[in-house]
Design a protein around this ligand. Structure first.
Ligand SMILES: [Zn+2]
Length: 297
């Protein structure tokens, strides 16, 4: 299975709570464990400004690239601006796009970053600068690779930016399962939202997802699945209120992968969030996601 990653994915944020190191540690560990071989690990070509402008406004993109976002915009984004951070954002977009192209050829592929579902057309939010899923699907569509998409967003936080950006797109179905009481306080409307109560455990969570996935295909006819596999659903996550175990998250990923395989749909895996206090737990959970996805092929 091809997995996209880059040294550009990890930039220094100084003393910041965002676990940037995971983007270096996850590929390192997957290679060390033999899950990914050298041939599987691909450096993505960065996205272009034109790709980004399919989704984001010129004013926002200009301010971001020139470092002129105002204080309010930076607070909303939650990351300190730097040229490296902007370069990283374009690299990560390239990773999701090229993973999608690889998934069309191979059935499954991953970007070892991405799932930046809180980015809106004219601003970034919640550590998300650009919306990689929506930029990817618009580019694939423009290039004629695929027209109809299903976004399965199982991060603990609702995919609010994705929901708004796809609201008038009748060929993209957005499905979000999240914690009802977590950020964002104001939920947007996805095609289908399931908000779960605090401290939802493995069994309850897996029942919901296992029941919902087949029903998605009664509501849409996608050519590809873009999966946001956030691991901030784990119990004890600093920013999540659900209570899944590592085994529960792995089972969730197995359920999603089996669903994609049964439906015969290419699956693009993106990492999404994960803010456990112990970075090893974050890395372990993401690595399990990739290990499971690899078994599809
Ligand atoms: Zn999240």
């Amino acid at each position: 299975m091809r997995a996209f990653t880059s040294a550009r994915y990890t930039v220094s944020l100084g003393h910041h709570s965002y676990p940037m190191e995971k983007y270096r540690l996850v590929p390192e560990r997957l290679i060390a464990e033999g899950v990914l071989h050298d041939d599987d690990v691909c450096e993505p070509e960065a996205a272009s400004v034109a790709d980004v402008l399919r989704v984001h406004t010129p004013e926002y993109v200009d301010a971001l690239m020139n470092g002129t976002l105002d204080r309010k915009a930076l607070l909303r984004l939650g990351l300190p601006w730097s040229e490296e951070l902007v370069r990283r954002a374009f690299a990560v977009l390239g990773g999701t796009y090229h993973a999608a192209r690889a998934a069309l050829e191979d059935g499954v592929a991953a970007n070892l970053a991405g799932g930046t579902h809180h980015a809106f057309a004219d601003y970034g939010e919640g550590y998300c600068i650009f919306n990689d899923h929506v930029i990817t699907l618009r580019r694939l569509r423009a290039e004629g690779y695929a027209q109809r998409f299903l976004i399965v967003d199982l991060d603990v936080h609702q995919g609010n930016g994705t929901a708004v950006l796809c609201r008038d797109d009748d060929q993209t179905f957005t499905f979000s399962v999240h914690s009802e009481s977590n950020y964002p306080a104001r939920k947007e409307r996805s095609s289908w939202d399931i908000g779960l109560p605090d401290r939802t455990t493995d069994e309850q969570y897996l029942d919901v997802v296992t029941d919902a996935l087949p029903r998605l295909l009664e509501q849409c006819d996608p050519q590809m699945i873009l999966y946001q596999a956030g691991v901030d659903v784990l119990a004890g996550d600093r920013f999540g209120k659900l209570a899944l175990s590592l085994a529960g998250v792995a089972e969730r990923d197995r359920v999603v992968c089996a669903f994609a395989r049964r439906a015969g749909l290419p699956l693009v895996v993106t990492l999404g969030g994960g803010y456990a206090r112990d970075i090893n737990q974050i890395v372990e959970a993401h690595c399990r996601t990739i290990t499971i996805a690899k078994r599809i092929v």
